[in-house]
Every structure is written in structure tokens, then in C-alpha cells.
Design a protein around this ligand. Structure first.
Ligand SMILES: C[S@@+](CC[C@H](N)C(=O)[O-])C[C@H]1O[C@@H](n2cnc3c(N)ncnc32)[C@H](O)[C@@H]1O
Length: 280
């Protein structure tokens, strides 16, 4: 596979997705795809994927949604900055000519303007200069081409993150307040802000429809606590801890999740936006 240089405005994100986080997404790909399936099914259905159209999957990661769109007959290209995740995506697509994968920064990549659909499952909230990035993504679409992507509503609307996070934060040193719009999973929590970005980037008919689903975190509180501290926003705040301290905090999360245990497992709510728009 070609290399990607960590440079340009998204340098830090490129480094990050090529570091432990990219590897961790690869190791947890099956669990993550299962976790996100109720959300991606709704988004792919909202995208109205058609046979023989050309689809671009932005921040495709390990390729789950690229594979689904290709299975539905769209000629699909996944683009991502993470070499380990893209290598995994290519392994999953081995022996197939569709989807194909491109290792590049979607904010800067030179597109040909021949895509009909720009799709993403949680892969477009990491641009340092989002208006410029979406203007570049618009250049990937033919005139009349459409956008459909999933992004998270704010963390406090996502108990699957906020509940375990509340269990660990009191035990961690206070952190500097961060800009809620800084690149990261919750950067697009404010739908008006997202709408402004797409409008400034030249898109028409921008809409954000709420999507809420329970997410299944594990069969019991022990498995769920282990899962949410291994991957995702809670794992990020635990990454620098030594093993003993980390284990203590995983136990705190387990205690917090216990009241949510049901016969079918531990499920907590998730809220996202399905954002749609059209390239005039
Ligand atoms: C939260 S993950 C989602 C991955 C995948 N869409 C999924 O749902 O499994 C975010 C993805 O966006 C990718 N990404 C971040 N910044 C990017 C950029 N500038 N260009 C392309 N991909 C990017 C990351 O490498 C990562 O794979």
C-alpha cells in the first residue's frame, strides 16, 4: 500500500488515526460494526444507494459501509487516512473489484467530480478546516450529486458515552476545557453549525434529521464496561493510565453499568444526525 504523509491542516488527525487508535479500530472491527449496525442501516437506507451509481465513503475506516454499499450495487470507493484501517478494509474486500480503497486525506485529495453519492458513517467530524474540507468533497460530486452522512449529537445526548464517562471522570485529573467543535467525534453535535459548514462549502438543501437508537454494549455489565473502555471516547481518556489504575476505573464503569443490565444485555441510548445535502 502507498504511504500517507502526516502533513497539512489535518496532520495531527492523520498521526492519530495511524497510531494506537487505528490499530484498536482494526482489533475491534467486528464488535464496532455490530455496535453501529442499527445506525448505519438507517443511514444507508436514507442514502438510497442505487445500483451502478458511484459512491464515495469518506473516512471509511475498516470498510464496513463501503462493503455494504458495494453489495447493493454501487461502484464504491472508500477513502481514509488510516493505513492500518484501510489495510484491514482491503483484506475484507479481497477477491472483489468493488469496493476499492484510497489512502488519502479527503480534505485535500484531488477528485474528478464523478461521484453520485458522498456517504460517511462518523468519518467527517475530524477536519481541522471543515468548510474547506467540504468544499473539496463537493468537488468529488457531479452536479446534482447527493450527500448523506452520520455524525453524533452532543455527548450528553449519548448515554452510551456519557454514562461510562461520568463514572471515570471524577477519578481523573481535571482537564482543560476543550472547544466542542474541535475535530473529534462530537464536533458536529450542533446541527445548525453543520448546516452552516455545508452551506458555506456550496451545498444546497442541507438537512439534519435526528436518529436515535439504543446501542447494545454487551451481554452483561462486565463485558459492556470492558468494551466501552477499550474503544471509543472513554478509552481515549484512559489511554495514559497504568494497568492497575485502568482496571480500577473499568471496575467503576462496571458498577455504573450494572443497573442497566437486562436479560438481553446492556443497552444505552445513542443520538446522531443523518445529514443530507445536494451539490447544485
Ligand atoms: C470514527 S472512525 C469511523 C470509521 C468508519 N467510517 C466506521 O464507521 O467504521 C473515523 C474515520 O475517519 C478517518 N478520517 C479522519 N480524518 C480523515 C481525513 N481527513 N480524510 C479521510 N479520512 C479521515 C479516520 O481515519 C477513521 O477511519
Amino acid at each position: 500500500m502507498s504511504e500517507i504523509e502526516a502533513s497539512g491542516p489535518n496532520e495531527a488527525q492523520i498521526e492519530y488515526w495511524n497510531s494506537w487508535m487505528g490499530e484498536r479500530w482494526v482489533q475491534n472491527q467486528e464488535d464496532l460494526d455490530q455496535l453501529l449496525a442499527p445506525l448505519s442501516e438507517a443511514a444507508i437506507s436514507a442514502a438510497g444507494v442505487r445500483r451502478n451509481e458511484r459512491a464515495l465513503d469518506v473516512g471509511c475506516g475498516c470498510g464496513a459501509t463501503s462493503l455494504v454499499m458495494a453489495d447493493r450495487g454501487a461502484i464504491t470507493t472508500g477513502i481514509d487516512v488510516s493505513r492500518p484501517m484501510l489495510e484491514h478494509a482491503r483484506t475484507r474486500a479481497e477477491g472483489r473489484s468493488n469496493p476499492e480503497f484510497v489512502l488519502a486525506d479527503a480534505a485535500l485529495h484531488e477528485f474528478n467530480g464523478d461521484f453520485d453519492l458522498l456517504f460517511s458513517r462518523f468519518g467527517v467530524m475530524f477536519f481541522v478546516e471543515p468548510v474547506a474540507a467540504f468544499a473539496n468533497l463537493r468537488s468529488a460530486l457531479r452536479s446534482g450529486g447527493r450527500v448523506c452522512f452520520l455524525c453524533w449529537q452532543p455527548a450528553d445526548r449519548n448515554p452510551w458515552v456519557s454514562v461510562p464517562m461520568a463514572a471515570v471522570l471524577p477519578f481523573l485529573p481535571p482537564s482543560e476545557p476543550v472547544d466542542p467543535r474541535a475535530p473529534g467525534p462530537f464536533a458536529f453535535g450542533d446541527a445548525d453549525y453543520v448546516s452552516d459548514i455545508l452551506t458555506q462549502a456550496g451545498f444546497d438543501d442541507v438537512q439534519a434529521a435526528p436518529l436515535e437508537r439504543p446501542l447494545s454494549l454487551g451481554q452483561n455489565a462486565t463485558i459492556a464496561a470492558e468494551f466501552v473502555t477499550r474503544i471509543g471516547p472513554v478509552s481515549r481518556v484512559l489511554v495514559d493510565l497504568d494497568e492497575a489504575r485502568r482496571n480500577e476505573l473499568v471496575a467503576e464503569v462496571r458498577t455504573t453499568l450494572s443497573p442497566y443490565e437486562r436479560a438481553e444485555g446492556v443497552a444505552l441510548g445513542a443520538a446522531c444526525w443523518i445529514v443530507t445535502a445536494v451539490n447544485p
